[in-house]
Design a protein. Structure first.
Length: 262
């Protein structure tokens, strides 16, 4: 009888151990407990936002930030089509104005949290280094990468710069259009083009392969507005993340990645 009781006791202990293990595994699964916040952000924010997201999560246990990076235009289109996004950070005011006009964002949540600079970048080993923007009309610059102005803010800023210099028509046949500023950066880094229009922050993350040739003035300041998406199911958390972007820790990360304070 004692032996039988011992066997039953051991069996019960094993079952309880298995149940406890399953409880721990399931109970600590991120999908089981995390409050998720989806943030759609301009491609140029990728590196800085990933670091900022980790810091925000560390300060709010149980919260998980899901990032969706891309060109601002397509990101807005996704939101307009019903994508479950909570926060939207674009690389220009024009895209955010379109979002506001369609009532896709909460107006009083909108704020600028960073500025940037348009630059002309060239491959680090390039034989030709332009001193002025009109140097791009020289025969050595046959392929010039630019974001598609219709959907990529960096492309619109670049078009503003070439328009102001009276160069757009002369360079039109040399433009290689890209779907995002990071694609332009990739073309330059791989020396697939002779030059490309990117943000200063993009060029700084790949110093070994990319060199800044010129910093270019733009008629419209390169600013980054962020806002709560109107359809968010987590308005409080959305506003908390937006407010965090203006805190000293978040601004320090942005500065380290080359962004400038608003």
């Amino acid at each position: 009888m004692f032996r039988l009781s011992l066997i039953v006791h051991r069996a019960v202990v094993r079952v309880l151990a298995i149940v406890a293990t399953l409880f721990v595994c399931v109970g600590t699964s991120p999908s089981a407990w995390a409050e998720e916040l989806t943030v759609s952000a301009a491609a140029s924010l990728t590196d800085a936002f990933r670091e900022i997201g980790k810091a925000f999560e560390a300060g709010k246990p149980g919260t998980r930030i899901i990032f969706n990076f891309g060109a601002s235009g397509p990101l807005l289109q996704q939101i307009a089509q019903g994508a479950p996004v909570d926060v939207f950070a674009s690389a220009d005011q024009e895209t955010k104005d379109r979002a506001a006009a369609k009532a896709l964002i909460v107006a009083d949540s909108r704020m600028v949290f960073a500025n940037n600079q348009l630059v002309l970048a060239i491959p680090a080993g390039a034989a030709l280094v332009p001193i002025f923007l009109n140097d791009l009309t020289a025969s050595g610059y046959r392929r010039i990468a630019i974001g598609s102005p219709a959907s990529v803010p960096a492309g619109r800023y670049a078009r503003e710069a070439t328009d102001a210099a009276g160069l757009t028509e002369a360079l039109q046949d040399r433009f290689i259009y890209a779907d995002s500023v990071r694609q332009v950066l990739a073309y330059v880094a791989r020396a697939e083009v002779d030059a490309g229009f990117v943000y200063r922050t993009d060029a700084l993350i790949d110093k070994e392969r990319v060199k800044i040739a010129l910093e270019l003035p733009t008629r419209t300041p390169v600013s980054y507005p962020v806002a709560q998406v109107a359809t968010t199911k987590r308005p409080a958390l959305s506003r908390e993340f937006i407010a965090y972007l203006r805190t000293a820790p978040a601004q320090a990360v942005l500065t380290r990645f080359g962004f400038r304070k608003p």
